[in-house]
Design a protein around this ligand. Structure first.
Ligand SMILES: C[S@@+](CC[C@H](N)C(=O)[O-])C[C@H]1O[C@@H](n2cnc3c(N)ncnc32)[C@H](O)[C@@H]1O
Length: 276
């Protein structure tokens, strides 16, 4: 059966919407997450942010293209859409609109947006090229699509730890079983080519956690998420990990935060491309 909002019959969103997940997404800002495309976005553009989550990046984009530009943020989850609406109302940002909608079949008019943007979304989709094709359909000729995806296979962690190695294994296997791809970063350029975009510009950046505040935030977040969010439920349901494995992994993250020389970095891949 096709889910009426996500538009997919197969995939499951790996992280779910537990507070530990949504609060981690809600710290994201366009100045970091959209730095690779911000210089190309300006008033009076109309932008689609697909898979917008709690909307913090979307609201920044709206602010960026004010006074005459606007942004539509869509997500399959009513929960995050409501949270995003509340935040935009609190901030008094009026050139942004949030709608529960499917990436695969948005229903928006063909050639009705100047730019489309997605951050950490295609990695969760079983049909990423179909999502890019839909973004291409709604773009005007000459419009740009900008996407950023992590590659969990390009992560560097110190000190080495069996419990964190197990975390990577659990994460990658759950993502794959849910229909996604934890190594999406390295495939992003190919997906754009397959979807028929031209003038591709591919760049990379990193998320790095090496200072006390960042280490604590990153490690404690995963110590919580691996026990409380959907990844835990799915790992157990799929027989990928037991409750006691997850408790070990969680403690592994907490011990890593305090370890001498603790360091974590991983690669983000960014593509900006044009609808011919
Ligand atoms: C990792 S979150 C990223 C949220 C936001 N872009 C950010 O970076 O903070 C991925 C989002 O994609 C949404 N999503 C997944 N599949 C979707 C689909 N088929 N249609 C619309 N949204 C979808 C999820 O609900 C989730 O909020």
């Amino acid at each position: 059966m096709i889910d009426p909002i996500s538009g997919s019959s197969t995939e499951k969103y790996t992280h779910g919407y537990h507070e530990s997940v949504v609060s981690a997404h809600a710290v994201r800002r366009a100045s970091e997450a959209a730095a690779f495309v911000l210089p190309q976005l300006e008033s009076p553009m109309r932008i689609l942010d697909f898979g917008c989550g709690p909307g913090t990046i979307t609201i920044d984009l709206a602010d960026h293209v004010s006074p005459n530009g606007s942004v539509v943020g869509i997500d399959s989850s009513d929960q995050v859409i409501n949270q995003a609406r509340k935040l935009s109302a609190e901030k008094g940002i009026s050139n942004v609109k949030f709608e529960a909608n499917s990436i695969y079949d948005t229903g928006y008019d063909t050639s009705s947006f100047d730019a489309a943007y997605a951050h950490q979304v295609l990695q969760h989709l079983s049909e990423p090229v179909r999502a890019l094709e839909e973004s291409k359909r709604v773009l005007k000729p000459g419009g740009i699509c900008a996407v950023r995806e992590v590659d969990w296979g390009a992560a560097a962690v110190f000190p080495p730890s069996d419990r964190l190695s197990k975390f990577f294994e659990v994460y990658n296997r759950v993502a794959e079983r849910n229909g996604g791809d934890a190594f999406a970063g390295r495939r992003l350029k190919g997906w754009f080519e397959e979807a028929g975009f031209t003038d591709l510009k591919t760049t990379t950046s990193t998320w790095t956690f090496a200072e006390e505040t960042g280490l604590k935030w990153w490690g404690e977040q995963w110590a919580d998420r691996i026990l409380s969010s959907d990844i835990a439920t799915r790992a157990i349901e799929y027989g990928i990990a037991t409750e006691s494995d997850l408790a070990e992994i969680s403690q592994g993250w907490l011990d890593w935060v305090k370890a001498d020389g603790a360091f974590f970095a991983f690669m983000q891949v960014e593509v900006v491309a044009m609808k011919p």
